[in-house]
Design a protein around this ligand. Structure first.
Ligand SMILES: C[S@@+](CC[C@H](N)C(=O)[O-])C[C@H]1O[C@@H](n2cnc3c(N)ncnc32)[C@H](O)[C@@H]1O
Length: 321
């Protein structure tokens, strides 16, 4: 499904957005502060007000549909401008300029060469982590791709340390790489409740946790993570949570975790871009639908401050207010 973006510089992005919604009603609706959605016959777009511009992300079933969305939305954007207030559109004259269309799968967050450079310039993984990664590749084959990368592992450890985490939750352990990074960041009496459904994979983790001297900080709970989370006390007792499991489960994990985070606690979610598919409405699988739902919900959740980072496949940090 083709996607295209346009940026329109404007004197008052929120006012401009409100006017677009007014003009395109009932096809447009506000979905949160500084955000709106437009649904037209051939496709639609998300509209975001930020800084001194309005960003539009348009998507349609085919090139013809995209052209008509671009034309209709572009026309209303220009009509809603307040020229007197100094609104201009990036581009030429009386046209909103759209970026060349791409499909969601073609969206590359960070080019591989940049990723390699980033990886080469963070604290390297130590021997235990390197051996855990090698064993995972040997034993699990292609599934090893599920493991967090060394730089993402380092990020998790750094974040857990920065929030002074003592009690942490992890959803999605696999062979225990991210668990190890988080557990190491906890104090000696800290606890990580690590949730997974697989003993086959988590059995690989144990000897490495032992070698790293953190096995007694990790409490592995085998079973569907949503049941494990629901069985936890309701109190906001956790400082840190990392979600990296089945994608259709993300909305439930988010709902269960946020009330259990203390103010200032951090929720980290992995794979929030799903290889670019989250941007592309052509992908309507359970994973993509759930990820869009959770991304939208977090962005408008008044209990949280959040930021989405282009780290690997997309990482959201959401801090409880
Ligand atoms: C992407 S892997 C986790 C990778 C891990 N964070 C790491 O760094 O190696 C996803 C894990 O989620 C687990 N999983 C899938 N569905 C689950 C569920 N309903 N509840 C708990 N864990 C689940 C899988 O068994 C798998 O180990």
């Amino acid at each position: 499904m083709p996607l295209s973006t346009a940026r329109i510089t404007t004197s008052d992005p929120d006012r401009h957005l409100a006017q677009i919604v007014e003009r395109l009603k009932p096809d447009a609706q506000v979905t949160g502060p500084g955000r709106a959605k437009v649904t037209l016959a051939g496709g639609g777009c998300s509209v975001l007000a930020a800084g001194d511009e309005v960003l539009v992300i348009a998507a349609a079933a085919d090139a013809g549909g995209l052209a008509s969305v671009q034309e209709e939305v572009g026309r209303q954007f220009l009509a809603a401008r307040d020229v007197q207030a100094g609104d201009v559109q990036t581009g030429d004259g009386e046209r909103v300029v759209w970026a060349e269309a791409v499909s969601g799968e073609q969206v590359e967050l960070v080019s591989p060469i940049v990723e390699d450079y980033l990886l080469a310039h963070c604290t390297p993984a130590d021997e235990v982590l390197r051996e855990l990664a090698a064993t995972t590749r040997e034993v699990t084959g292609r599934s090893a791709g599920m493991q967090v990368s060394a730089d993402e592992g380092a990020l998790l450890g750094m974040l857990a340390r920065m929030v002074g985490a003592r009690r942490a939750i992890e959803v999605g352990v696999f062979t225990g790489y991210s668990s190890l990074c988080i557990a190491r960041a906890l104090p000696a009496d800290g606890k990580l409740i690590a949730c997974d459904v697989s003993t086959e994979w988590t059995d690989i983790a144990r000897p490495f946790w032992e070698r790293a001297g953190v096995a007694d900080r990790i409490e592995l709970r085998i079973g569907p993570a949503v049941d494990t989370l629901r069985a936890l006390p309701d109190e906001p007792a956790f400082d840190f949570a990392f979600v990296d499991a089945d994608k259709p489960g993300y909305p439930a994990y988010y709902e269960e975790i946020v009330p259990r985070l203390r103010p200032g606690g951090l929720l980290v979610l992995d794979n929030v871009f799903l290889g670019g598919r989250v941007l592309d409405p052509a992908f309507q699988g359970a994973a993509q639908v759930a990820m869009r739902q959770v991304n939208d919900a977090i962005a408008r959740d008044e209990r949280l401050d959040s930021v989405m980072l282009p780290v690997r496949d997309g990482v959201t940090l959401a801090r409880k207010r």
